[in-house]
Design a protein around this ligand. Structure first.
Ligand code: NAP
Length: 236
């Protein structure tokens, strides 16, 4: 049976690679992109490789776009069993608490937290009914443990705090799904070379980053309420 997944922010980076890997594994992939043009280019690339991929316009800062996308999922892709909340942005990637600007903090929260919150609230009933999975893509830097103990913290308060809030959302959702066959969990791909960090040297490839997300999405195990990195359970 064909399984259907929605990957948000999938026109490039880890999201595009996640879509490619799911498609290669036989999934139908609904490719979320805020830009129709960039989304169409990504869909053309993946369908050109023989994959079953369709475009869904989805701007995580626009409640109307999110509501429309959720309605399209409910009507056209009612068999959805996997939602990967990958769309994300770095804010200004501020370098300290004191230099963080409120507008950058709000921008990071708008995409990484509020947009994801809205989409999750709209699609949770369907995922629950289909006994599916939601993955909120997180980051090592969302981990309060990691930030407290790492020797060289990237103190990007705008980005980090928005992702820590998203981790709290994962926990809140997982509590609701405890006694169901559906699940929600967070995965950090770890430092990956993408546009988000200006393709910084030292990061893993997009393929490797996406493989971590796809691995947990398709391993058939129950991960409800977990925060996972490449090695397994990661500290909140
Ligand atoms: N790269 C890393 O080291 C790293 C590490 C840990 C976690 N992550 C997480 O991995 C995810 C993917 O990031 P990436 O590294 O692949 O970055 P990326 O290459 O910059 O891709 C980000 C994606 O999110 C989309 N996006 C941004 N704002 C959006 C909005 N308002 N509505 C819809 N889509 C939006 C982008 O679309 P546009 O092309 O239209 O901007 C793009 O498709 C993010 O959640 C990020 O926090 C990344």
């Amino acid at each position: 049976m064909i399984k259907t997944a929605l990957v948000t922010g999938a026109n490039k980076g880890i999201g595009l690679e996640t879509a490619r890997q799911l498609g290669s594994a036989g999934w139908k992939v609904v490719l979320g992109s805020r830009s129709t043009e960039r989304g169409e280019a990504a869909v053309a690339e993946l369908t050109g490789q023989g994959l079953d991929v369709e475009l869904l316009q989805l701007d995580m800062t626009n409640p109307h776009s999110i509501a429309q996308a959720a309605a399209t999922i409910q009507s056209r892709y009612a068999d959805l069993t996997l939602l990967i909340n990958n769309a994300g942005m770095p804010g200004a990637f501020s370098s300290s608490f004191s230099t963080t600007r409120e507008e950058d903090l709000r921008q990071a929260f708008e995409v990484n937290f509020f947009g994801t919150f809205r989409l999750n609230q709209l699609l949770l009933p369907l995922i629950k009914q289909n006994e599916g999975s939601i993955i909120n893509v997180s980051t090592d830097m969302a981990s309060l443990q990691f930030m407290q103990h790492t020797e060289y913290p990237l103190n990007c308060f705008d980005y980090n705090a928005s992702k820590t809030a998203s981790n709290a959302m994962t926990t809140a959702m997982a509590i609701e799904l405890r006694d169901t066959s559906a699940q929600v969990f967070a995965v950090t791909p770890g430092f990956t070379k993408t546009d988000l960090n200006h393709n910084a040297e030292g990061g893993k490839s997009k393929e490797a980053g996406a493989a971590i997300i796809v691995g947990y999405a398709t391993d058939g195990k129950r991960h409800n309420g977990e925060f996972l990195d490449v090695n397994g359970i990661y500290a909140w």
